[in-house]
Design a protein around this ligand. Structure first.
Ligand code: CP
Length: 289
């Protein structure tokens, strides 16, 4: 890897993505072997700083550090000096002075991980920064797709929903496009971010007006969570209308290939961006089914 940090998929080459996916596949075998122990990180320590809520990412990083033999330290941000007004940089520099080898950070501000990475020796892993990127979720999604379909070349992935607030969508657009997949995106105009369409110039991504067009002949349909907590004003008329027009359900999947699957990075709002029955169906690769 060229960088000491993992800040985003945008910075990674296709070769680096492949190397990470190959290592992840190896680690998955370890998890399934019944002997969940490796000495790859013995002697290292990892600090986890989660300024936003998390179930999957926080637990995965903590578990991974322990399984790999590292010492794992979870900073409880609500009870940390951040609650007394300490700024992010001072907190990061304090952990750096304690000689943490890796700092995993989730923060509500886009660019937070990039900001601290410039000022500390520790490797920074971005576990989600504002509306920017969520690289490890996209890597996990890509691993799941590779396991299911074998390769990315020619794969058509339709990403449908709240693109504006989705760091997962951005990371998947960058990653899947670099790996040779055809990415399609569909959202109401109010749920696209400024400059979304500019991505068509640099990445293999196309924007579609309707979910039906986006899903037509797709191998994978990925539903995105409607991130109501990040909406300062009404960007959709109602939840019911949103589900009617943009919800991913069995009817929408009838436009995709017969063997197409549905994915969702989680956590999901059942009955909003995805129907509960589809989420629990055989077509779903979502772990909570
Ligand atoms: N997908 C994801 O980041 O989930 P969490 O918020 O539970 O970590």
């Amino acid at each position: 890897m060229k960088s000491k940090d993992l800040l985003g998929i945008k910075e990674l080459s296709a070769e680096e993505i492949t190397k990470i996916l190959d290592t992840a596949a190896e680690m998955k075998q370890l998890l399934q072997s019944g002997h969940k122990k490796s000495n790859r990180m013995v002697g290292k320590n990892v600090a986890h700083m989660f300024y936003e809520n998390s179930t999957r990412t926080a637990v995965s990083f903590d578990e991974a550090a322990k399984i790999l033999g590292a010492v794992s330290c979870n900073l409880s941000v609500g009870n940390s000096a951040a609650a007394k007004g300490e700024n992010l940089m001072d907190t990061a520099k304090t952990l750096n002075a304690m000689k943490f080898d890796v700092i995993v950070i989730r923060h509500q501000a886009s660019g937070a991980a990039h900001f601290i990475a410039k000022h500390v020796e520790a490797s920074i892993i971005n576990a989600g920064d504002g509306g920017d990127e969520h690289p490890t979720q996209a890597l996990l999604d890509m691993l799941t797709m590779r396991e299911k379909f074998g390769c990315f070349k020619g794969l058509t992935v339709a990403i449908i929903g709240d693109v504006k607030h989705s760091r997962v969508a951005r990371s998947n657009i960058y990653g899947l496009s670099k790996m040779g997949a055809n990415v399609r995106v569909c959202a109401p105009d109010t749920l696209l971010f400024a400059g979304t369409r500019e991505l068509e110039k640099d990445y293999n991504v196309k924007f579609f007006k309707t979910p039906q067009e986006a899903a037509q002949g797709a191998d994978i349909v990925m539903a995105l969570r409607l991130q109501l907590e990040r909406m300062s004003k009404g960007l959709i008329p109602s939840i019911a209308e949103y589900h009617e027009l943009y919800g991913v359900n069995e009817k929408l999947m009838s436009h995709a290939k017969p063997n197409a699957v549905v994915m969702h990075p989680g956590p999901a709002n059942r009955g909003v961006e995805i129907s509960s029955s589809l989420m629990d169906s055989d077509r779903s690769l979502i772990p909570s089914k």
